[in-house]
Design a protein around this ligand. Structure first.
Ligand code: SF4
Ligand code: MG
Length: 323
């Protein structure tokens, strides 16, 4: 069957300008050849440290940013070759939820209007029906319908994220990119939002790309996990496989930093040396070699191939699983 989303060798480069004429002097390769596909109803977690290109990947997949190379197909349609009108018609189906919905809510507009405006803009329902639809979506997202006439500042962080989710969900999307949707929230509130997202996914057969720097959040929601480092995917596997049998040293390092309830099951701690190198000037060969405790000479020279190590477990390391 056809995947719902198919991303092939996706690239997003940002120009670096310099000199008096502001000429392009180089590029930041924020996303440098990322591939994955998602079947309907799947949730793929995309993890990595900040600056690794997760958010840029999400935005380029949705064509909120123009690609520099590669392709994105949604149900067989090449999103990056649609004209403006066709892309706009596609928008309700492919939605983004931000980390901080407050920053995208106008403080002077009642949340009911903010949630309903896209419905009217897209001509999905008439003005007279909007209020009923908004009340319905509010209660689906766990907010009492009387909140419809309140202003953004009257809500807590968790409630605002419910509003952010409601605003996307009301358009009946099929694919949602969730960019750090719980990172700004307290742990107990995080769990509530994760549960809401899980319920919504089951009820609506939604497909998620869930971006997070926090592996423990991803573990609850995602059936597959991809790990990014400096613009590249370094490992991807089913959740259970990735958590029980990580093959890339970077994944092992991320996992060893996650708190576990049973300390006897804790993997050996791998501490990364140094900072993330600049994506404008990434290291040669394996981009992780400057921080990898297992790096050998070949790692500085040769880019490791991203390949299937068996049972759809993809990894890019010359010595995958050897340590
Ligand atoms: Fe480490 Fe070398 Fe593997 Fe890169 S290729 S992760 S440097 S062992
Ligand atoms: Mg980000």
């Amino acid at each position: 069957t056809q995947p719902l989303i198919e991303v092939k060798d996706l690239k997003k480069y940002f120009p670096i300008t310099g000199g008096v004429f502001q000429r392009t002097v180089g590029h930041v390769k924020a996303v440098d050849g990322v591939s994955f596909s998602l079947n309907k109803g799947e949730a793929l977690g995309l993890v990595g440290e900040s600056g690794c290109g997760k958010s840029t990947t999400g935005r380029t997949v949705l064509r909120l940013l123009e690609k520099s190379g590669g392709s994105v197909h949604f149900k067989g349609t090449d999103l990056h070759s649609l004209n403006k009108k066709d892309l706009r018609a596609m928008r309700p189906k492919i939605q983004l939820v931000f980390q901080d919905p407050y920053s995208s809510l106008n403080p002077r507009i009642k949340v009911g209007e903010a949630i309903g405006e896209a419905l009217v803009d897209h001509g999905i329902v008439s003005r007279s029906e909007v209020r009923d639809r908004v009340k319905e979506i509010l209660s689906i997202c766990g907010l009492a319908p009387y909140h419809i006439d309140r202003y953004p500042h009257e809500f807590s962080g968790g409630q605002r994220q419910r509003i952010g989710i409601a605003r996307s969900l009301i358009l009946k999307p099929e694919f949602m990119v969730l960019d750090e949707p719980v990172s700004a929230l307290d742990v107990s509130i995080q769990a509530q939002i994760i549960n809401l997202l899980t319920d919504l996914q089951e009820q609506n057969d939604l497909t998620y790309l869930f971006i997070s720097h926090d592996l423990s959040v991803v573990e609850h929601l995602c059936n597959r996990v991809g790990v990014m480092y400096l613009g590249s995917m370094v490992e991807m596997a089913s959740r259970d496989e990735l958590f029980s049998n990580p093959l890339h040293p970077y994944t092992k390092a991320l996992l060893s930093a996650v708190p576990v309830p049973d300390p006897t099951k804790k993997p050996e701690r791998i501490v990364l040396q140094g900072d993330i190198p600049s994506p404008a000037n990434p290291p040669s060969g394996c981009k992780f070699h400057t921080r990898c405790p297992f790096a050998k000479d070949i790692c500085k020279q040769q880019i490791p191939e991203y390949k299937d190590a068996g049972s759809n477990h993809y990894v890019a390391c010359h010595f995958a699983g050897e340590f």
